[in-house]
Design a protein around this ligand. Structure first.
Ligand SMILES: *Cc1c(COP(=O)(O)O)cnc(C)c1O
Length: 381
């Protein structure tokens, strides 16, 4: 398992291989494809591409992902939580790390010690950071996030108006290195929310001191140059997800989840499969049971709906997904036998197909990936 070109996450304990390939599932992460996707996000030569590595880089491992991006020239990262920023810092010692959740007065010291940059989401947070600067007789970098329609985080319009008229006082000691907002409907290029939010973003920027600006996550990157400003903040696009699921995916596949067949059985017509006996064979069938289940992130909702793939050929899920196991109808694949590899996410079953079968989004498929299988980082695209 240590052939060259394979990098195993140094922090996770080494996976145990007990002398048999049977049953071993694997999450393969193609760092070469990640880097290609990072480059694809640079839709113009004058913008910066920041890597969003919140939620452990969408389940893929924030440390190796951040390091690979930094090696490719990425010098700015976003995390959601303070703890995530602290965890990523040692792997990208030179980079700027923004913390989207913002600042609490009791956390100021952690931000300073780990050189993290808060995204200030309210006048209160701006005040906390300004006071921290005054106390230390210094100037502190921050991003200012104002809301343009998400109504989730960021200064609401009334606070933006106050900040605008009292900018010198309110931002005393703060060096605003980024003005940002977030789009609600950027996955749908036809939504008129996009241009409305763009207009509000421009109006907000005009009310504030000049600073680099950012409004686009992955979906916004595909909306074109008007939405690029100075910095884009892709997450899902880096990891190979399609930000506009209704059109072809311009990004490369990064993630492959495979399991192996534990057992194959031939059954008569009319036999039931799995808990609740929700599937009955309509013909004499061959069933294969694979060692992956909902505890590994195969959503229970794909029971009788989703597919695996063997050698690029889809095989339907038969019956419910169990905690540790999933059963497939492999009648059409005579070569299927114990040990055969089955793909559940990858080149055949895209993240979007996996999400559709489960009635969810590509984001939830990634962040729902389990921790029971090893993550293997390969440099090949
Ligand atoms: C999660 C997040 C992103 C990244 O979003 P993707 O759709 O995965 O590209 C960017 N900006 C903010 C504020 C976020 O919360």
């Amino acid at each position: 398992m240590s052939s060259s070109g394979h990098v195993t996450h140094p922090v996770r304990p080494a996976p145990l291989f007990l002398g048999s390939e049977r049953g071993s599932a694997l999450l393969t992460i193609r760092l070469g494809a990640l880097v290609e996707n990072f480059r694809l996000c640079a839709i113009s030569s004058v913008i910066s591409v920041a890597g969003v590595v919140k939620a452990d880089a969408y389940g893929l491992g924030a440390a190796p992902i951040a390091r690979a991006l930094a090696d490719a020239g990425c010098d700015t990262f976003f995390v959601a939580r303070l703890e995530e920023g602290i965890a990523v810092r040692p792997f990208v010692p030179q980079a700027r790390i923004f913390v989207l959740d913002g600042i609490l007065s009791e956390n100021v010291e952690h931000f300073l010690v780990h050189r993290l940059t808060p995204v200030l989401n309210s006048l209160d947070e701006i005040s906390v950071w300004s006071q921290a600067a005054a106390l230390r007789r210094t100037t502190l970098d921050a991003a200012v996030h104002f809301d343009t329609g998400m109504n989730r985080l960021g200064l609401p319009p009334n606070e933006l108006a106050v900040l605008s008229t009292e900018a010198a006082k309110r931002l005393a000691g703060i060096n605003p290195v980024l003005m940002m907002s977030h789009l609600a409907c950027s996955d749908d290029p036809a939504s008129k929310m996009n241009s409305e939010q763009l207009q509000r973003f421009r109006a907000g920027l005009a009310m504030l001191p000049p600073a680099p600006a950012s409004v686009s996550a992955s979906g916004g990157i595909l909306l074109g140059k008007d939405y690029a400003f100075d910095l884009v903040r892709p997450g899902i696009a880096l990891y190979g997800g399609n930000p506009h699921p209704a059109t072809p995916n311009p990004f490369r596949t990064v993630v492959q989840l495979t399991g192996r067949i534990l057992q194959v059985r031939r059954v008569d017509k009319g036999e039931s499969v799995g808990y609740g006996a929700t599937f009955r064979t309509a013909r004499p069938s061959t069933l294969a049971t694979v060692a992956l289940g909902y505890a590994d992130g195969l959503m229970r909702a794909i029971g009788n709906k989703g597919s695996g793939a063997i050698g690029g050929v889809r095989v339907p899920v038969a019956g419910r997904v169990s905690m540790d196991l999933i059963t497939l109808d492999v009648t059409e694949i005579p070569s299927a036998e114990p040990g055969t590899e089955v793909e559940f996410i990858g080149d055949t079953i895209s993240l979007e197909e996996a999400a559709r079968s489960a009635g969810t989004a590509n984001y939830e498929i990634l962040t729902g990936l389990g921790s029971r299988f090893p993550r293997h980082y390969v440099s090949a695209p």
